[in-house]
Design a protein around this ligand. Structure first.
Ligand SMILES: [Cu+2]
Length: 169
């Protein structure tokens, strides 16, 4: 018979805690965005290299209305080629942003399409062959929120950033 002694060690570790990042929202039909390198101070005094869309990390939440024509520009100021894919959205192949539509550094990509999706939450992110993970992990990711008349009838909290909180994991 074994005697098992369990020693419980309560470690006194202090975790630093950052405020939840809530990407700013952009509403409308025209979205001018810049893909850029930056840095974030997640830990005091330590700066982490990041990539973001017009911000040091993540990208603005693009709020679109079903049936509307939207016009987006991505100015690639990264030192690297990338793409921007509309994850889950019903868009023409030429504007889908898969590996077949690279955006070289210092060029502007201008997808434009009619929003065909019903009310939904989707996201946009790089999708370049062998670079998707790196560019997303560095911080390039943003929400797309599509609204429509049906969703507008529902009794839901809808004040962005207040009682409608976007969470990125
Ligand atoms: Cu995707």
């Amino acid at each position: 018979m074994k005697n098992i002694t369990i020693i419980l060690i309560v470690m006194n570790i202090s975790f630093s805690q950052n405020q939840l990042i809530i990407p700013p929202a952009m509403i409308g039909n025209n979205f001018d965005l810049t893909l850029q390198e930056s840095e974030m101070e997640f830990f005091p005094g330590m700066f982490t290299q990041t990539m973001g869309v017009s911000f040091p990390i993540l990208g603005p939440t693009l709020i679109m209305e079903k049936g509307e024509e939207v016009n987006i520009t991505f100015d690639n100021q990264l030192p690297d080629t990338t793409t921007i894919h509309w994850h889950g959205m019903h868009v023409p192949a030429e504007f889908d942003g898969g590996p077949h539509t690279p955006i070289p550094p210092n060029t502007i990509w201008n997808p434009h399409f009619t929003v065909k999706d019903h009310a939904s939450t989707m996201w946009y992110h790089p999708h370049l062959m062998h670079k998707t993970n790196e560019h997303v992990q560095m911080g390039i990711a943003g929400f797309v929120i599509v609204k429509d008349g049906e969703e507008a009838q529902l009794d839901l909290p809808r004040e962005y950033g207040v009682d409608d909180i976007p969470l990125v994991f």
